[in-house]
Structures are given as C-alpha cells and as structure tokens.
Design a protein around this ligand. Structure first.
Ligand code: ZN
Length: 131
C-alpha cells in the first residue's frame, strides 16, 4: 500500500472511531480506542472534542513529508469546522497529533480588528491559545 493510501485509511478510521456528543466516552477510553492512530502529543482537551454528528473530511488535505492537515466538518452542523493535524509517530506512521475547533474570535484568520493578533487562539486561527 502506498503512503497516501495508508494516510487516507488512517484518517477514515479516525473519523469512524470519534464519538459524537450522544456517546459518553472519556478521553482516556478514546485514546485507548484510537490506539496507534493517536500521537503521544494528542492532548486530553483534544480528546474531549465531540461533534454533534460524525466528522466528515473536507476536500484537499495538505500533505507534506512530515505533517498532514485536514479540515473536518460536523455532518449535523456543517458550518462547525475543525483542523486535524497528523504527524508521523516513532514508527513513521501517520498519527493524529491535534484536533482544534475553528476559533470563534477570528474565524480562522488569526487576526481581529484590523491587524491585532487574535487573543483567543493566539493567532493560529484554530483552538485556544492555552492548549
Ligand atoms: Zn482566533
């Protein structure tokens, strides 16, 4: 199997395994369930994220030799977006490194009121500055 097929397969697995708000599952249980799909750097805050419906993959993930970034959306709330970042683990396999919601302060632009860095996400456009 080619590297890109493996990556697609891993993203699909992650989308299928991720619980929705109606499925009660602790971050610890989810980490176990994800197994090698979860990178060591994946935080408990990331693992607490629950969409209303299943995550769907948007078109055109960004793929480089060391990182893959994909936009996910909620099948029940299509305007809710997340950034999923995959990095290679110790065995060189793709693993989910972080999962962050679209910043509600700057709507993924990273800036507010002209040219100020968004204080909610720290200018990244996704997630929270403290994560
Ligand atoms: Zn922001």
């Amino acid at each position: 199997m080619s590297d890109s097929t493996l990556l697609e397969d891993r993203i699909e697995q992650m989308l299928r395994l991720w619980p929705t708000v109606s499925e009660v599952e602790s971050p610890e249980v989810l980490r176990q369930k994800l197994g090698e799909l979860a990178h060591n750097g994946l935080t408990t805050a990331d693992l607490r994220i629950r969409p209303f419906g299943r995550f769907q993959l948007s078109q055109g993930p960004f793929v480089s030799s060391s990182v893959t970034r994909a936009i996910l959306w909620d099948e029940c709330r299509p305007s809710d977006l997340w950034m999923a970042e995959f990095c290679r683990d110790a065995h060189s396999n793709w693993a989910l490194r972080s999962l962050k919601p679209e910043c509600q302060g700057c709507f993924k632009t990273g800036v507010i009121s002209g040219n100020a860095v968004c204080p909610l996400c720290g200018g990244v456009g996704w997630g929270f500055a403290d994560d």
